[in-house]
Design a protein around this ligand. Structure first.
Ligand code: NAD
Length: 262
């Protein structure tokens, strides 16, 4: 089995990464950063998000395992003091894995740049850099509302416990194949009106934002900022691709939610 160790810069994570690498080599695992079978992240949810983006072209063949060096995360099942057990589990190679839905984002630019297809594990969110954001929101081909406010966010089921939750969204079990649309401080008065509630969009539906042109936007995808601010249109749907986690130590989803928030 080929393994890549993806660690954040923190001293404790670097220490655990070094120890893990030594123990894996001792058990004849191959360390391969280019085409691994398993990517082990060491850090927190942010580290797992970065690793996901680093290996997003290999999702069909790569499984992820998250080791956390801080507090319990949503994508990190193992503690840094459990690495002996982790190596043992890898050696037994049960090959069990769990997979979670992802979000496809098509970004159309207003400055003539080529459109891009991006993938999110948590969410994509958009804000106007200088003014109130105005966007026409379509569900499938129908105009649903004209939105005004700070911005909008579209999240995956596993992203529902991240930014989406802070925006008042529902927590979705990762087995629910759907995406969630959240408003960020919408303006609702006698002139402007949007729904004001989170919306759960079915797997065969898609959402389009038609942005007001000649404006600059801040589009973030998980922990990354899209550099080109000239955005004309965004289209979101549930991806055909999924992220696979090696479930050597799978935690029950609602237990994880309770432990993290209550
Ligand atoms: P980060 O890596 O410091 O993460 C911020 C916090 O979000 C951390 O506590 C992390 O553990 C938690 N988190 C990440 N993914 C999660 C998930 N799926 N479920 C529960 N908690 C999760 O920050 P960053 O690198 O700038 O961005 C990473 C993520 O942070 C974004 O994808 C977004 O979801 C989240 N975020 C949240 C808020 C907010 O809640 N107000 C604002 C910005 C970004």
């Amino acid at each position: 089995m080929k393994i890549s160790i993806f660690s954040n810069e923190k001293k404790q994570s670097q220490k655990v990464a070094k120890e893990l690498k030594y123990k894996l080599k001792e058990q004849q695992f191959i360390i391969d950063e280019k085409t691994p079978d398993v990517v082990i992240t060491i850090g927190g949810d942010g580290t797992l998000l970065s690793a996901f983006h680093a290996y997003q072209d290999q999702l069909a063949t790569v499984r992820f395992i998250g080791v956390h060096t801080g507090h319990l995360g949503f994508y990190t099942d193992w503690r840094d003091y459990d690495i002996d057990e982790l190596v043992r589990s890898l050696k037994e190679e049960t090959q069990k894995s769990v997979s979670y839905p992802l979000l496809d984002i098509e970004v159309v630019y207003s400055d003539g740049s080529d459109s891009e297809l991006r993938l999110a594990l948590n969410e994509a969110s958009i804000k106007n850099i200088h003014h109130t954001m105005v966007a026409n929101v379509y569900i499938k081909t129908e105009l649903f509302e004209c939105y005004r406010g700070d911005g909008l966010s579209v999240s995956t089921p596993t992203g529902s416990t991240a930014y989406s939750k802070s925006l008042g969204g529902a927590v979705l079990h990762p087995r629910v194949n759907a995406i969630q649309l959240n408003e960020i401080a919408s303006i609702n008065n006698r002139v402007y009106r949007s729904l004001g509630s989170p919306m759960i969009i079915a797997a065969d539906e898609w959402i389009t934002f038609d942005m007001k042109e000649q404006e600059e936007y801040r589009l973030t995808i998980d922990n990354y900022l899209v550099e080109n601010p000239n955005i004309k249109q965004l289209r979101f749907c549930l991806s055909d691709k999924r992220i696979q986690f090696a479930s050597y130590r799978h935690t029950h989803f609602w237990k994880r939610v309770r432990d993290a928030f209550i």
